[in-house]
Design a protein around this ligand. Sequence first.
Ligand code: FAD
Length: 287
Amino acid sequence: MKRGTANGVHGLRMLEGFEAMKMEPELQCVKALLSPASGIVDSHSLMLSLVGEAENHGTTFSNNTSVIGGHLEGNCMNVYISESKNLRNWDGVSPLQPELTLIPKLVVNSAGLSAPALAKRFIGLDNVFIPPAYYARGCYFSLANTKVAPFKHLIYPIPEDGGLGVHVTLDLDGQIKFGPDVEWIDGIDDTLSFLNRFDYSVNANRAERFYPEIRKYYPDLRDGSLQPSYAGIRPKLSGPRQSPIDFVIQGDDTHGVPGLVNLFGIESPGLTSSMAIAEYVAAKFLR
Ligand SMILES: Cc1cc2nc3c(=O)[nH]c(=O)nc-3n(C[C@H](O)[C@H](O)[C@H](O)COP(=O)(O)OP(=O)(O)OC[C@H]3O[C@@H](n4cnc5c(N)ncnc54)[C@H](O)[C@@H]3O)c2cc1C
């Protein structure tokens, strides 16, 4: 509550368990923190709307195109560009040939899961500034054969190591999902990360871990009611049992390379924070 208030969240209120359970009859809790100002968005519609606005302001998007590396020349980062399909059969060893070199005023490396691996492909950037990367898959399960959703609010339990805890997510149609859990992924080297070769499948067996977690606050969850939905992967800067690390927004004031900003560890709530991050980067580094 202190942290939220300090961050400018209005209207946060501690509730006794009985007050919260009156609002959400399926919920079981001893206390709750109510955030009446919290909202949800349809992320796909938001993206489409941002793309539309950006294009109206003269932005060109180049889909199916990959940045494969770069080098510093003078005060600018020269970035090497290739069609993404050229990476599909790449052996990970032979040098990649750029089809185009761009020399922008500012390069923002916002490659998400691939950002640290891509940064290592920028000649002139000292590797000491690139943090180690950790990856944590988060799976969601939805409710099968349920016509009326059991909750009207997003419900968050106490956070767990590496994540927010298996919580209740609602979409704009009122459909409910539970998740994401935290599954640390090993064996991802820079090449796999650069090529985004991650496994996004949801193992149905993980439901067994979801039932007890969800029943801590939703005791009436029926056996057999969870079905696999989808998975996402968090680009983490700290590993299991390490303290969480905040977003890293790194410009020439840190790494000394003019015209390059690296965004590392932009995990949740990176979407919520995206406008603030963009404003910060533009104000600080776009000269
Ligand atoms: C399970 C899960 C749940 C989440 N829930 C929430 C939530 O409720 N609220 C919230 O605010 N955030 C949430 N997030 C976090 C949010 O999704 C991320 O913070 C956000 O997507 C980060 O945006 P980004 O642009 O930095 O990276 P990404 O969204 O990962 O985008 C990176 C883009 O760069 C592209 N790319 C990668 N390498 C290259 C290259 N070499 N050349 C060209 N393009 C490249 C990729 O294809 C991709 O399109 C969640 C994340 C996960 C995994």
